[in-house]
Design a protein around this ligand. Structure first.
Ligand code: HEC
Length: 99
């Protein structure tokens, strides 16, 4: 292989590698941004409520001995009746516990 061909091959390789490096950095940034986006997109804050609708506040030790009610808590914004009709939600609903 002549020196000229080798030089051209080396330049092309260097250009490709530097370009690849840039692409990788861009991709990494894009991936990081999309992960951050997904990570930041958690559920909005809400107040836990017991069956009577009273707030449960573990930070201020209020009603912490009460079980939370999904109906009172999530039902404030979500259609509780619709959700509880769901296929997986209703699995085993008709089952009678063994004696
Ligand atoms: C104050 C209103 C409010 C309450 C209370 C609430 N949600 Fe949501 N929830 C929303 C809104 C608005 C969205 C859609 C936008 C979003 O994703 O933030 C949502 C989205 C969701 C999603 C879709 C995925 C997600 O995380 O975005 C799930 C699952 C969910 N809620 C479950 C629950 C459960 C379980 C409860 C109770 C423990 C609950 N929510 C209580 C308002 C509420």
């Amino acid at each position: 292989m002549s020196l000229r061909v080798l030089t051209i091959a080396a330049v092309i390789t260097i250009l490709m590698l530097s370009h690849l490096g840039k692409l990788t950095a861009d991709d990494r940034e894009k991936t990081t941004k999309s992960i951050e986006k997904e990570t930041v997109a958690t559920h909005q804050p809400f107040i836990l409520r017991d069956e009577q609708g009273n707030a449960i506040d573990p930070i201020h030790d209020i009603n912490t001995d009460r079980p939370y009610s999904p109906e009172q808590t999530c039902g404030e914004c979500h259609d509780y009746n619709k959700i509880t009709e769901g296929y997986h939600f209703t699995q085993g609903k008709e089952e009678v516990p063994p004696n």
